[in-house]
Design a protein around this ligand. Structure first.
Ligand code: SER
Length: 589
């Protein structure tokens, strides 16, 4: 059975059982608390909570979908027999239509009848319940709530379906409880279906809503959320030893040079799919968030093909991906040009740096977190590549130590000066703002001063409870996160915009003074309370003198010299990013 047939059978199975087939949502989710779509249920979150009405929107309380998913937690593991970043998830969902009994019956029937998998290859698992006396698991922490054993699912599997007791495993929260995607959301106990000991289908019974403080509240409507990875399913149906031998990968693997190791060919095919789907859904390579994930995948792909002697037509490999997946995912065909262009451009940008970086890597004798971070910073060689190519030199290099170096650097450089990297790579990287050339540097500098003005104006309009929680500046916009516990009104947003633009018109000077941390604190300059600052800091201020300044902040710069250079500031958007944290986006014209 081909994977195309599996997809069709799955959707047909549920369609005739009164499910509305819903297309995959984008890999870029609506939900701001997650970077990328990781599960089929994400697009349905608000139907589980009752905020939206499935009957009204889908004409049924039940849906089925094949969802494009991307899990970044697995990036380091890709290369073995089973891990992937991008994958397709088959799922059926119910928002108050049916619950455990039907969900289990459907699952078993589809696997054994429609796919023809012999019942003796199947085993299952259910939630064993929290122990009421023993230690609480990390997932329970903060709530202390005790969720009982899922007797009902056990009973259905054993009595109705006829699975013998020794084939029903029982696990705790780590394995048989679905936690919410993001900081909060629907969740509940799960029951898994295994074929030959391999987990293929996860049935989630949504009974609770997990709040950001981890406490669980009963949901009004019971929901079903199931997910089954197509790649694994194809593997057991097609009876091949790994997912990479299925028809979802073979055409791609065969296209790669034979001199690459098996592991490498797996990494590359995984990344090729991921790159094509991310670009087609509108992700652009950048140094932040989803864009950075895409950049890492492209860099890894380009590096390995380079090491293999650059014998592959690198844009042709995306044509292969589009050929293989385009009939089910027409967006790949529609965005073919974009996929090829974005990849080509990013490859060109990286190629030169790569060559210089590889030379440098050859030169170092051992690679610890510090030297690895330096290579990352100067040449953009990501951790994975350094670890991989460093070989024996990098034996002691760990992701934790590298990440630690990364965050240390972020704080220090936010306070530090403009960094120049000998003409290669970035010319400025403070963690808060990045620039690749002089023109970008000018733009982010204007946006940076605009950010200080916005911060001050927000406090003027909303009060001194507003504190900066983070910020990120690209050449397109500034993004400012601050503490505040409700949505801002349109009037408040207007007020902020008017205030900052008045300050621009006033052409106020922007200057700094350097002093000890204690002295700086006494000036009343704004700063992050939790952060470790160096002994000597700069205080940037907007106005004639530090004493009378309208805005003062601990900051490393760079800034414009007069507010007039900023140009008109326009607020683009204000939204929630978490409990009590708002996010403002603004641009300069
Ligand atoms: N949400 C569950 C999962 O992703 C079931 O769909 O595994």
């Amino acid at each position: 059975m081909t994977s195309e047939e599996i997809r069709k059978k799955f959707l047909e199975f549920f369609r005739v059982r009164e499910h509305t087939v819903v297309p995959s949502s984008s890999l870029i989710p609506d939900d701001p608390s997650v970077l990328l779509t990781t599960a089929g249920m994400q697009q349905f979150k608000r139907y589980f909570t009752g905020e939206l009405d499935a009957k009204k929107d889908f004409g049924s309380l039940n849906t089925a979908s094949i969802q494009k998913c991307f899990r970044t937690s697995d990036i380091d593991e890709v290369g073995d027999a089973s891990h992937l970043t991008f994958f397709e998830m088959l799922g059926n969902f119910s928002f108050g239509g049916y619950f455990k009994e039907k969900a289990i019956e459907y699952g078993y029937e589809f696997i054994t009848k429609d796919l023809g998998i012999a019942p003796d290859r199947i085993s299952v698992s259910v939630f064993k319940g929290d122990s009421s006396t023993g230690s609480t698991s990390s997932l329970q922490a903060g709530s202390g709530q005790v969720i009982p054993r899922d007797d009902e699912s056990f009973g259905i599997w054993h009595e109705k379906i006829g699975i013998s007791k020794n084939k029903i495993g029982e696990n705790g929260r780590e394995d048989n409880f679905w936690g919410p995607t993001g900081s909060e959301g629907p969740c509940g106990p799960t029951s898994e279906i295994y074929v030959d000991g391999l987990e293929v289908w996860n049935l989630v019974f949504n009974e609770y809503y997990q709040k950001p403080d981890k406490t669980l509240e009963k949901l009004e409507t019971l929901g079903v959320d199931t997910g089954m990875g197509l790649e694994r399913l194809a593997m057991v149906v097609q009876n091949v030893p790994t997912i990479f031998e299925t028809d979802l990968f073979q055409p791609l693997i065969q296209f790669l040079p034979a001199n690459l190791s098996e592991r490498m060919r797996r990494i590359l095919t995984d990344h090729m799919r991921g790159i094509a789907f991310l670009i087609s859904d509108g992700v652009w390579p950048s140094n932040k968030e989803a864009g950075y994930i895409l950049r890492r995948l492209i860099r890894r792909l380009v590096t390995h093909l380079h090491l293999a002697g650059d014998t592959v037509d690198q844009t042709q490999i995306f044509v292969e991906v589009i050929n293989l997946y385009g009939s089910f995912y027409p967006e790949l065909n529609l965005n073919k040009e974009r996929i090829l262009e974005v990849f080509k451009e990013e490859r060109a940008r990286f190629k030169f740096t790569l060559q210089v970086g590889l030379k440098e890597l050859n030169r170092v004798t051992s690679l610890d977190a510090k030297s690895a971070f330096k290579l990352y910073e100067s040449y953009g060689l990501p951790y994975e590549i350094l670890k991989e190519l460093g070989g024996d030199k990098a034996i002691k290099l760990t992701r934790e130590a590298f990440d630690e170096e990364f965050s240390k650097h972020k704080i220090i450089s936010r306070m530090g000066a403009v960094k120049k990297f000998g003409g290669h790579g970035l010319i400025l990287n403070t963690g808060e703002l990045k620039a690749g050339d002089e023109a970008e540097l000018k733009k982010v500098t204007r946006l940076h001063t605009a950010t200080h003005l916005l911060h001050r104006a927000l406090r003027q309009v909303l009060g001194d409870d507003v504190h900066q929680m983070g910020s990120d500046i690209t050449t397109e916009r500034t993004r400012f996160d601050f503490s505040f516990n409700r949505k801002m009104t349109p009037e408040e947003l207007k007020k902020v915009e008017v205030i900052v633009n008045e300050k621009v018109k006033e052409e106020l000077p922007v200057k700094f003074e350097e002093m000890t941390k204690e002295e700086a604190e006494k000036t009343g300059a704004l700063h992050f309370f939790k952060e470790k600052y160096p002994e000597k800091v700069k205080v940037y201020y907007v106005g004639d003198s530090l004493k009378t300044a309208w805005s003062k902040e601990f900051c490393g710069g760079p800034h414009v010299t007069h507010t007039g250079e900023i140009g008109k500031i326009r607020i683009l958007k204000e939204e929630a990013v978490g409990a009590g944290v708002r996010r403002l986006r603004a641009t300069v014209e």
